[in-house]
Design a protein around this ligand. Structure first.
Ligand code: SF4
Length: 427
């Protein structure tokens, strides 16, 4: 089974080219996709036409790789809980505009269906699009705004996150379930090339969210998080969201919030999504009662990490320490691994990942699709050759074999799953 190449007419209409089989991309290289890697585009996935880019495919008769001249290339945005194994293969014309901050997975057409090379990496259903109920969300927003009329954070989560950005975590909060987002920091100590809450003026792409503009107080945080932990199924709260800078810059407020929250309830889990830049602050948060940490990174190779994060006054070693500190205290530590075919599955990255796991003893890898224009990313890092690669599926298998207790997923687990990862709460 080999799907056909997809192309668009530039007006949003997509067609298949039956003279070309769809192929994939890893780093700068176009290549065939193993048959077993294709799955139907999961529910909630969408397709993008890529302006000023021509699709590459394999000629169905000759087997040669060539360009589709019929229109613009097409890529897939695969829904959360799935990890893309190959990027879309395309050739950009000179001076093509940088693509916005989404993931661009390969896509093809077969038997009247769209196909993508991907794996379902996470059983948790918390961001399944069919699980969201607009009416319940609106009722929840109304109820919470009335319940907390002076709470700037609830107002932000309602009007910006849930109703404007369509944030899956904020919508779950207003449906009274699972993970509740707690953004706290207007500032950051990194300058990530693909930052989703701030993009420099000179860049042609925008950031999907605007950064928080105020510093919430511990009182504001405690007011709405305690009832959530008390009442929601599989409850957890997470500091560090896409609509803010770095939460560790607000560690004192987070510490005071955790201490106050735990005076009222022992239910659920308290997590922080962070760049991990301040291990001393993490130590204080663990003392206060932090249960889990998720450290975001594009690579576990310090040089690749540093070229992307452009950190202010911290180093790669600091982020390693932050993960290790939580593990040493018996907490749960995940990495939010921006997965990029050709970079993540390079032999050099694989070896560095093995060392990182051994040093930190992390609990989980969240294999999350990297939302970035592949040409722009590799160009910005100055990567002309990604080196030998093994394929993401094989890398996952090797890591799983060597570290059988290390969990794979896409989301921060609730306390119940930290105890027993195979708890079945998909209903
Ligand atoms: S750490 Fe987060 S908020 Fe800071 S620059 Fe990077 S993506 Fe943006």
């Amino acid at each position: 089974m080999s799907p056909y190449v997809l192309y668009s007419d530039g007006k949003g209409n997509i067609f298949e080219d039956k003279t070309l089989y769809a192929i994939g991309r890893s780093g700068w290289d176009a290549m065939p996709v193993p048959e077993e890697d294709w799955i139907e585009l999961p529910d909630g996935g969408s397709l993008y036409e890529l302006p000023d880019r021509k699709a590459l495919g394999m000629d169905v008769k000759t087997g040669d790789l060539r360009m589709c001249e019929k229109g613009w290339a097409v890529a897939a945005f695969i829904p959360p809980a799935h990890t893309g194994l190959y990027l879309a293969a395309f050739e950009a014309i000179p001076d093509a505009q940088t693509l916005p901050l989404f993931c661009y997975t390969a896509a093809g057409w077969h038997n009247n269906k769209f196909y993508v090379p991907a794996v379902r990496i996470e059983r948790d259903i918390r961001q399944e699009c069919k699980g969201y109920d607009k009416q319940k969300i609106n009722e929840g927003v109304e109820h919470m705004l009335a319940a907390y009329p002076h709470n700037r954070l609830v107002e932000h989560l309602a009007n910006n996150c849930a109703l404007t950005y369509d944030c899956p975590a904020a919508r779950n909060y207003f449906m009274g379930r699972w993970e509740c987002p707690v953004p706290v920091s207007p500032a950051c100590n990194a300058n990530c090339i693909g930052c989703i809450s701030f993009q420099p003026q000179e860049e042609t792409i925008g950031s999907p969210q605007d950064r928080l503009t105020f510093k919430p107080t511990a009182e504001e945080i405690v007011e709405f998080t305690v009832p959530h932990l008390e009442s929601a199924p599989y409850p957890l709260i997470s500091f560090g969201q896409g609509c803010e800078g770095e939460p560790l810059l607000m560690w004192e407020t987070i510490r005071d919030s955790i201490i106050e929250i735990r005076k009222h309830t022992n239910k659920g889990s308290i997590n922080i999504n962070t760049n991990g830049s301040k291990p001393d602050a993490v130590k204080e948060l663990v003392k206060a009662g932090l249960n889990s940490i998720r450290v975001s990174l594009n690579s576990v190779r310090p040089e690749i990490y540093t070229k992307y994060y452009l950190p202010n006054n911290y180093t790669f070693e600091d982020i390693r320490e932050s993960a290790k500190i939580v593990r040493q205290a018996g907490g749960w530590a995940s990495i939010n691994y921006f997965t990029f075919p050709g970079m993540t599955d390079s032999i050099a990255e694989y070896e560095a990942l093995r060392d990182f796991i051994k040093y930190t003893d992390i609990s989980m890898i969240q294999w999350r699709n990297f939302n970035i224009d592949p040409d722009w990313y590799l160009g910005k890092l100055g990567v002309s050759d990604t080196g030998e690669c093994m394929g993401l599926r094989q890398m996952m298998e090797l890591i799983h074999e060597e570290f059988p207790n290390l969990k794979f997923g896409y989301y921060n687990p609730p306390a119940e799953r930290m105890k027993n990862f195979d708890v079945d709460f998909a209903h």
